[in-house]
Write a protein that binds this ligand. Sequence first.
Ligand code: ADP
Ligand code: MG
Length: 226
Amino acid sequence: LGREISRLDRLQLVSQMAAGVAHEIRNPMTVVMGFVQMMAQKAEERSKSKFALIMDELKRVNDIISDFLSLARDKELEKGRYSLNDIIQGLYPLIYADTIKQGIDLQVELADQLPAAYLDSKETKQLILNLTRNAIEAMVGRGNLLIRTDREGDRVRLCIADTGCGIPQDILDKVFDPFFTTKAEGTGLGLAVCKSIVERHEGTIEVESSPGKGTVFTIYFQVAGS
Ligand code: ADP
Ligand code: MG
């Protein structure tokens, strides 16, 4: 038992240190991004695309750090009574822009009079965006993205379904693991963050997939006051 405890202590120490380092990288990153953006504005036409590339990669580093920090920190949620429908409607322009760019059909079916749930709106947005981004990435060029809400007893249900490549059975139980990715440019943090967000809301997240046909992620949250 003694050895087990010290192993846990060490793990905790290492993850605290990693979170500290990630946090410290953020400030210089912000400065670098600010300067690159400034230089990009003054750059000659022929260097513009190189600056765009640099900015894209810097943003990627920033996203990885944000995802990592939200996993490592186990941040306290700031919950309020929210309708999932309102959160989805707020994100609609962003998701729509992402789908149209990729030639994907977006379908949104929001239940009438969906009861509210206690949600951290920022984290719930992150959850939905991580799932829709994965869905879009799974469909390359064509397909259907469906976002649906409804009530299921004393829970509200959110389904995000795509007609993309699907997930092979043998990796289905790994997709929520931190750093698990099948993408050349993936971080493998998106679904780990989703799982952490849902669990801190005391909700559940499930995935069903048929390779070649598509994937459905289903999330349940307790109805507020139930
Ligand atoms: P990343 O997107 O950086 O690879 P994620 O944690 O978001 O990391 O996803 C992990 C893996 O799960 C992906 O690399 C992919 O193999 C699989 N995956 C997630 N969502 C989908 C989806 N909608 N369709 C097919 N595969 C998916
Ligand atoms: Mg992802």
